[in-house]
Ligand binder design. Structure first.
Ligand code: FAD
Length: 454
């Protein structure tokens, strides 16, 4: 690809989206495969702690080409799999510890952006998890009570009744909202490209247009030749099966996104989101929205899987799945009736078989990997980068004992079982959402969905 401006609204709004073609080094101390948030945060913390390390980031396209340059821009103080850790009495204390570290992660990203002059439009307005149905309202209220019951303060997690919630955001269905302060809105492409500039200035070599086909202890095989590396980290998320022997580790699941034209202040008075809060409406087939600094609404929804883990570099705005997201947002936010949608795109999330992140480094093979965020990796990847840097440097810290370390999942099933499995999960989630949208309680479809997604 030459023109990266088409991969997302975020890239289209950047001044320079070109790839830098650098000379391939013969050898590095640490090779990182993938120039997204995970790879770059790992490089950032490694270089901060050990400035003499020779680090190379090998990126198949350009920095931010993957999910990091296409996402919904929610920098969350949480991650997939937290409910399971917190609900179980056995893992609760570790879950609380991880949750608190994730809360601090949002502030850590804000701090670094300020210290390193990364202007990524960071605004910590929190999230409104609006209840689109009475059943979702019940679940959200239970969750808030549960969190408060295990010690999280009311000013960080609270329930807003329908009146209060509707003052914050006007959606077609609003049965109240669970509000948390632990989320910031960001411009993801500015963050990932800004971070790349920072690590380049620290001396990290970023080699773009350089796919890695295979690796083993001490050596990478790239599209431009071999590189010797003392340590190797894989940070390839939804693209992981592009690497030999790593197939079926992470399922590439699509999420589609649209952006509206910039809207007037009057229009935003109608919609709400005065603090640039992010929002969703509690359906299982997740949707997400944010108000950008230039007053657009960016809105996305999870959208599915292609047979054989097929990947597309660019998703066109005319794609049917993007149009579904457009219909959803127009139905959910009535004030958009006369507003133009200017951009539509899609991107790949990486989903492990157990649906939660993993950070792992093996001292014997001197290789490691981090990812599996299942669409919740903007904040989580910073924490993963910090954990990985400690593991690579052999440091035992509070982070290297957190629950994500070495939490490997088994591989996904071969086709066609994989395809049928994912389609079944989508079907269960969709049926459960539909039953609840009609005011019912979906015990059957909801339980089947939860069984597979955890
Ligand atoms: C549409 C969408 C919306 C999302 N919204 C949110 C959100 O609002 N909040 C949130 O927390 N999370 C969100 N996510 C998830 C989040 O964006 C990701 O979890 C996060 O960006 C993952 O970062 P990463 O660096 O691990 O992976 P990526 O950003 O995908 O980076 C992987 C990189 O590796 C490169 N690569 C892959 N294979 C190779 C290879 N063989 N050789 C060399 N390079 C390779 C790719 O080109 C890519 O640049 C969303 C994801 C998508 C797709």
């Amino acid at each position: 690809m030459d023109d990266y401006s088409q991969i997302s609204f975020w890239f289209d709004s950047l001044e320079d989206t070109r790839a830098e073609i650098n000379e391939l080094p013969d050898s590095v101390d640490v090779a990182i495969i993938g120039g997204g948030f995970t790879g770059l945060w790992t490089a950032y913390y490694l270089k901060t702690k050990s400035p003499d390390l020779r680090i190379g980031v090998f990126e198949a396209e350009t920095v931010g080409f993957g999910a990091s340059g296409r996402n919904g821009g929610w920098c969350m103080g949480s991650a997939n799999g937290m409910e399971r850790l917190l609900y179980s009495k056995k893992t609760r204390q570790e879950g609380i510890r991880l949750q608190k570290v994730l809360h601090d992660t949002v502030d850590e990203i804000g701090r670094i952006c300020q210290a390193e002059n990364i202007d990524c439009h960071f605004a910590k307005g929190g999230t409104l998890y609006v209840a689109g149905t009475p059943e979702v309202a019940r679940r959200h209220q239970d969750w808030v009570k549960f969190l408060q019951g295990i010690g999280f303060p009311e000013d960080e997690y609270c329930w807003l009744d329908a009146d209060e919630s509707s003052k914050r955001i006007r959606l077609s269905r609003n049965h109240g909202a669970f509000y948390t302060t632990h989320c910031a809105t960001i411009h993801p492409a500015r963050l990932v490209r800004g971070l790349a500039t920072v690590v380049r200035n620290m001396g990290v070599k970023i080699i773009e247009k350089c796919p890695v086909f295979a690796y083993q202890t001490d050596e990478l095989l790239t599209g431009r030749g071999k590189v010797t590396a003392e340590k190797i980290i894989r940070a390839t998320e939804g693209y992981t099966d592009s690497i030999q022997r790593e197939r079926r580790r992470l399922l590439p699941l699509y999420s589609m996104v649209i952006a509206t034209e910039p809207m007037s202040e009057d229009k935003w008075q109608e919609i709400g989101l005065a603090k640039r809060e992010t929002f969703d409406d509690g359906r299982r087939v997740v949707i997400y929205g944010q108000r950008t600094l230039d007053n657009r609404l960016v809105f996305g929804g999870r959208a599915g899987y292609y047979f054989g883990s097929k990947r597309k570099s660019v998703i066109s705005p005319d794609d049917l799945a993007v149009q579904v997201v457009e219909r959803q947002v127009r139905e959910l936010v009535p004030a958009l009736n006369d507003v133009e949608i200017t951009h539509g795109w899609g991107g790949l999330m990486g989903v492990p078989r157990h649906w939660r992140p993993c950070v792992s480094y093996d001292e014997t093979s001197r290789t490691g990997w981090a990812g599996g965020y299942t669409g919740e990796g903007v904040g989580a990847s910073n924490l993963a980068g910090r954990m990985m840097s400690d593991l690579v440097l052999g440091e035992k810290t509070d982070l290297t004992t957190l629950p994500w370390v070495d939490d490997h999942a088994r591989r996904w099933e071969p086709e066609p079982i994989r395809w049928f499995g994912v389609k079944a999960i989508e079907f269960f989630g969709d049926r459960a959402d539909k039953v609840e949208a009609r005011g019912g309680i979906s015990r059957f479809w909801g339980s089947l969905f939860d069984l597979f997604v955890g």
